[in-house]
Write a protein that binds this ligand. Sequence first.
Ligand SMILES: Cc1cc2nc3c(=O)[nH]c(=O)nc-3n(C[C@H](O)[C@H](O)[C@H](O)COP(=O)(O)O)c2cc1C
Length: 231
Amino acid sequence: MTTLLHIDASPRPGRAGTDEHGSHTRRLTDHFVTQWRRRRPGDTVVRRDIGARPPALTTVEWIQAAFTAPERHQPWMREVLAESDTLVQEVLDADVLVLGVPMYNFSYPAAFKAWIDNIVRVGRTVDFDPSNPEDSFTPLLADRPRHAVILSSRGDHGMNPGGPLAHMNHLEASVRTALGFIGIERFHEIAIEHQEEGGERLDASIADALSRVESLVDELQQSREPVPACA
Ligand SMILES: Cc1cc2nc3c(=O)[nH]c(=O)nc-3n(C[C@H](O)[C@H](O)[C@H](O)COP(=O)(O)O)c2cc1C
């Protein structure tokens, strides 16, 4: 059985196309999960709405707790790390991360960065060995193949790879770097553009993104490796 981790980072609660002023990225993640479940209803979908409830920012207490060996944890440290532990476990359990991530000021919203900061954890998702300075980090999620599907939306356009404004897009590359650091290696990226302009160009971009989501679901479900087949 495959486990999907469905994350939405848009603070806008509704879905574009359904709700007034709804979120385009929520529309894409919903489409992905709906298409997935159509053919594999027995798969597990874990939902984490960080747009509605952003994870806590890192504090000095969090840093102290996260960099203390678990056997030396005091009760307050376990408390401080409780949310991070939950978020880490969700990623460890997932085969496919379905990430709805709007572009905010050329990268992702603060809530998504807070999620990243909570899941990149020494001893949980990455190991650190200072005695080996040439290769001190070991990604712990390389134990099995995991996919990250980055579903984005932008007000502007021309920010896809090779586009005239691609150099201003720091979103997907940053997600790839952080998740790659902990061992997630298979990335898929689909984005809506022209949100601010609206009209026909937005409509065409939405139609293209929805159709690419459907093709990606087909591709992932049909590939024997690495998405585990439904039991
Ligand atoms: C605070 C904020 C910053 C934004 N920054 C950018 C930006 O740098 N580039 C861009 O193309 N669009 C930008 N936008 C537009 C959003 O990317 C666009 O509205 C997108 O559809 C938001 O995702 P959502 O529809 O899922 O909420 C910004 C929007 C907001 C609210």
